[in-house]
Unconditional design. Structure first.
Length: 96
């Protein structure tokens, strides 16, 4: 399982980024991608890297279609291979 942190921010656009975050969330939901949004980024969970890169590209391109002329996309990937992890299992491990 791939857990990734994604932040997509158009530069030089409006101060508020919520409408851009909402567009990305619509794409995750349409693609049946598990996600959790927080105050600074969105954590997404995919089965493999191909799915991750595909959905990130769709979200990035959707913001281009909204008229953004410059976009900073940050992606941090946790590709753990020694055991199966999910967003929930990572959060649960903090509660012990």
């Amino acid at each position: 399982m791939i857990i990734a942190q994604l932040s997509i921010a158009p530069v030089g656009e409006e101060i508020s980024l919520s409408k851009y975050v909402k567009i990305a969330i619509e794409i995750f939901e349409k693609e049946h991608i598990k996600y959790e949004t927080n105050a600074m980024a969105t954590v997404i969970e995919t089965e493999d890297l191909e799915t991750l890169f595909s959905v990130v590209k769709k979200a990035h391109n959707a913001i281009v279609k909204m008229g953004a002329k410059r976009i900073i996309t940050e992606l941090k990937i946790d590709d753990r291979r020694d055991k199966s992890v999910t967003i929930e299992s990572k959060l649960k491990s903090l509660k012990k």
